[in-house]
Design a protein around this ligand. Sequence first.
Ligand SMILES: Cc1cc2nc3c(=O)[nH]c(=O)nc-3n(C[C@H](O)[C@H](O)[C@H](O)COP(=O)(O)OP(=O)(O)OC[C@H]3O[C@@H](n4cnc5c(N)ncnc54)[C@H](O)[C@@H]3O)c2cc1C
Ligand SMILES: Cc1cc2nc3c(=O)[nH]c(=O)nc-3n(C[C@H](O)[C@H](O)[C@H](O)COP(=O)(O)O)c2cc1C
Length: 782
Amino acid sequence: MNIVCIGGGPSGLYFALLMKRQNPAHDITVVERNRPYDTFGWGVVFSDQTLGNLQAADPVSAAQILGAFNHWDDIEVNIRGAKVRSGGHGFCGIGRKRLLNILQRRCEEVGVKLVFEADVQNDDEYPHADLIIASDGLNSRIRTRHAATYQPDIDLRDCRFVWLGTNKLFEAFTFAFEETEWGWFQAHAYRFDDSTSTFIVEAPERVWRAAGLDTMEKEDAIAFCEKLFAKHLDGHALISNASHLRGSAQWIRFPRVVCKRWVHHNGRAPVVLMGDAAHTAHFSIGSGTKLALEDAIELARCIGQQPGDLQGALQHYEDVRSIEVLRIQNAARNSTEWFEHVDRYVNLPPEQFAYSLLTRSQRISHENLRVRDKAYVEGFEDWIAQRAGVQRGASQAAVPPMFTPFTVRSVTLKNRVIVSPMAQYSCTDGVPADYHLVHLGARAMGGAGLVVAEMTCTSADARITPGCPGLWNTAQRDGWKRIVDFVHANCDAKIAIQLGHAGAKGSTRVAWEGIDLPLERGNWPLISASPQQYLDGVSDWSHAMTRADMERVRDDFVQATRLAIEAGFDWLELHCAHGYLLSSFISPLTNLRSDDYGGSLANRLRYPLEVFNAVRAVWPQDLPISVRISANDWVEGGITPDDAIQIALAFKAAGADLIDCSSGQVSKQEQPVFGRMFQTPFADRVRNEAGIATIAVGAISEADHVNSIIASGRADLCAVARPHLANPAWTLMESAKIGYVDVSWPKQYRAAKQQLERNLERERAATAALAQASRAHLEEGV
Ligand SMILES: Cc1cc2nc3c(=O)[nH]c(=O)nc-3n(C[C@H](O)[C@H](O)[C@H](O)COP(=O)(O)OP(=O)(O)OC[C@H]3O[C@@H](n4cnc5c(N)ncnc54)[C@H](O)[C@@H]3O)c2cc1C
Ligand SMILES: Cc1cc2nc3c(=O)[nH]c(=O)nc-3n(C[C@H](O)[C@H](O)[C@H](O)COP(=O)(O)O)c2cc1C
């Protein structure tokens, strides 16, 4: 095969090398516009895992790369004079020049032709090629040329950064944060050879401009950075290198590149994107070179495995690699956003700030960190526990963040887990009876700190379905009191009521007879902020609330609150989410009013706040109220996470104690992006920008998730819904799974505790032994 790689960066060179090794008969040329052995850049980092892949692909270059690597394990976070260090992160740094030189030499050794100082204009220049690789980097000319096929999507991120070097040798991968009168700057620094470290300086665009860096001469900008980070540089200078764009002292915004297609046919040969030409992942997760090399490995593998079927091999390459790239880009997006919003986190204590940084991508969890550095995690757990006023328990194990108590007003929850409210559609006339006693009772016995009963409606016409519970009469109050009394008598969980009004989503069937579909008979009139039909052409129409309706509904909420007090609930949640009545006022998608209750967000919040204030006035001062909101409508023109901050601030000012950050279900046009802990970023923003405690909810399904969220200060509590349907004792089971035994079980169930813990301990030991054996096997093989 005749193969031409346009661009001699890591991806082009490595692919050429692997293909030539695979079949020496291939005629392979790498065309590079720079001079031989000339390149830009400081050091690049890999994880230990990437090295394993290189070892398998070409042991000769892997050995040379390994020999040139500076390996380090620690990450150090410097902020406000504090240094927080953790280990076990397993990174390697190598000079980009050094890496390319190794690959260039190795290519020459195996017979790849290297053509330098040739600036390729067009893939048509290679009419005899059977395969053309567009490995021409971030600003790929070939990608631009065939943009109609590749469909690149380029997102210029907010921060400005400059890639500098220094002779200060950093012992750890170092992050340094410095405050200026214009805002926060950060540096990412790592050593990559015996005399040099990479030193990237970064700041949000507005901070960078305010500091005058947009108009500063290169030398002045470097002097500015040297002064700002002087205490981290120990007198060493910052150096800018050659005149190439990325190596120069130019401040650029990181372009996130993703392409819909990776293969173009130019009429004679396929032209295939590889490396930065196909995708980028923010440098803060250090994956650009890794992805470039792994692209090369995968394409060479696909071609090797499908001889005679180049088309199929290319398709397979595109399928496999685009999934992997998406995975890394997801993590990179979280990481990029973290660095774009450092000012959100700088007021966390340095210990928690550092933990938040380490777990910023949501890819490294609490347990991953424990594997990396047990002592660091245990020390941090002790720090969190001490702040929550608890000491190590009888087993002397550190208390995981999930099991630290949380106090709000006079209520102390024993841990950070909430059974999230879940409609059960199992009441008659709104009266909770035996079903709810068993359902909620079992979950209260299951270890969670707080059980929130499902949306409970303030009048018969406020219900979602005829099966929904209510709180407008004494029979309902007595039904609830029986459940609350059971919980208080039999366990140490607290119990909350969630009060709501279904609005335009009312008068529908129970879930298993067609969720959201209107009743076939016995429908009641619907009200909401404005006339609407939740399901276009299907739902009953609601009509806009009049002032009289507003007063009646507000008084119904107050009456329900009074009955909730009589029933003995510990906590009240006001349901302002999911498109129900109060939510319909907040979202611009459902509130089209032209009076004082429509228009601006402040106006749209007016009625929900009126209800909140009326409820707060009668609900005991020593008991908490949380407010559930949809922090994102997931629809263009709907509520955004920015709006959620304003909504939270308004409820905070009115006396809310926590914001329960859910999202969506306001409009059927929504396009949510699901994933584990997918709504936690909303809780994070509200907590750290609006300064109010939050509840995270949505796809939180393991103790590890809860620990990571609480420890990093992304939320104060975690609500877990569906996993509690599958297992009422979810919290007890999760504590046993992570080997934390200082958890109290209901006395009637204690016989099961030790047996479960023993069995799980055996499982953990067996898994660890298996992992150890397979590691030993691999090492022998190498
Ligand atoms: C600040 C910063 C820090 C980074 N840190 C890391 C890190 O720590 N770890 C990591 O893994 N990655 C890091 N990267 C990313 C890394 O540099 C790239 O992801 C990686 O080099 C991609 O390899 P590539 O072969 O696809 O492209 P490149 O390395 O960009 O190579 C493309 C080559 O094509 C040549 N070329 C372009 N156009 C033409 C043309 N028309 N004709 C001929 N030749 C052409 C260029 O001269 C270049 O040599 C970082 C990037 C930046 C900006
Ligand atoms: C069966 C069911 C009923 C629900 N009912 C309610 C409800 O009454 N009130 C509410 O605010 N959220 C309700 N939700 C949403 C959950 O409280 C939770 O926000 C959502 O399921 C995401 O959490 P999870 O991923 O842990 O399931 C319900 C969810 C389910 C699965």
